[in-house]
Write a new protein. Structure first.
Length: 286
């Protein structure tokens, strides 16, 4: 910079106005270059300080919940629960009911709408209980994805190898390997789809039940003549009930005894009529 300024000064002294213009032009270029380099250094330093943004790891969470709600109208609440689920983009996986008094439905709700829909479901009646669970399956998802890629690469290698085989035995061996690797790949892909579905949809089991019936109030103990009369009548009816039970229990046996006793009585009378007349008095016959 000092050399340029000295050169500009000498040119100005020797050349007059034309040298002054050249010096000014050189100075402006020098200042512009310095300013540009300063800006570049400043920008580069800022980038180095801030650094590149770190990639965010996607979360793979499996949500499950079980909700128990008491409602006076189970059918109406069930229809409302289905409507809320369908409006959120979910579906009904399973449903079972018991004579209109209790209904259990299993709902699949998108994970990003799960909290909102669960709150709406709790308002269908009186919430009795709520259980929620979460499971992080990010490692399993990453492992299955890696295994799928490896299985696809191995299968592609075997298919390329099949094109270069020459003998029949080699073709058979390679085809067997391809079949086995294909089965493994399909199993891994099925697991991959299952994980994707379980992390995309939360499983919510809703039990809708009617309120428990209130117990009947205990009867008042009445005293005096009326109370004694009621107690006596209750004891009398209880006695008659006991007698009826005993008679009903003995009746089959009595009927069976009568069935055998009647023929025995007829036989006894016939035998008695055949005896001699004197045998009944104890005297010898004439």
């Amino acid at each position: 910079m000092l050399a340029v300024l000295l050169l500009a000064g000498s040119l100005a002294a020797c050349g007059g106005g034309g040298g002054s213009d050249a010096a000014n032009s050189a100075a402006r270029e020098l200042q512009g270059g310095q300013a540009g380099r300063s800006a570049d250094r400043g920008t580069g330093g800022s980038n180095n300080r801030q650094g590149a943004p770190e990639p965010q790891t996607k979360q793979f969470i499996v949500y499950t919940a079980k909700l128990r709600v008491s409602t006076p109208n189970v059918d109406q609440a069930t229809a409302k629960a289905k409507q809320l689920t369908l409006a959120a983009g979910g579906y009904v996986q399973n449903e079972s009911s018991a004579a209109g008094s209790e209904t259990t439905i299993t709902l699949k709700i998108p994970s990003d709408r799960h909290a909102t829909v669960l709150n709406d479901l709790s308002r269908l009646g009186t919430r009795l209980s709520l259980t929620q669970n979460t499971e992080d399956v990010a490692r399993e998802v990453a492992d299955v994805d890696s295994r799928v890629k490896s299985a696809e690469a191995v299968l592609a290698s075997f298919r390329r190898l099949l094109d270069r085989t020459t003998t029949v035995q080699e073709i058979i061996n390679v085809q067997e390997e391809i079949t086995e690797r294909q089965a493994e790949l399909e199993a891994l892909q099925a697991r991959q789809r299952a994980l994707q579905h379980s992390t995309s949809y939360a499983t919510t089991t809703v039990v809708l039940t009617t309120p428990p019936r209130s117990a009947a109030p205990p009867e008042k103990d009445e005293g005096g003549f009326v109370g004694g009369l009621k107690d006596g009548w209750a004891a009398f009816t209880a006695f008659l009930s006991a007698v009826a039970v005993v008679v009903g229990w003995l009746l089959p046996f009595l009927a069976l005894a009568a069935l055998f006793a009647f023929p025995a009585h007829l036989v006894w009378r016939r035998l008695r009529s055949r005896r001699p007349i004197g045998s009944t008095t104890g005297l010898p016959p004439k």
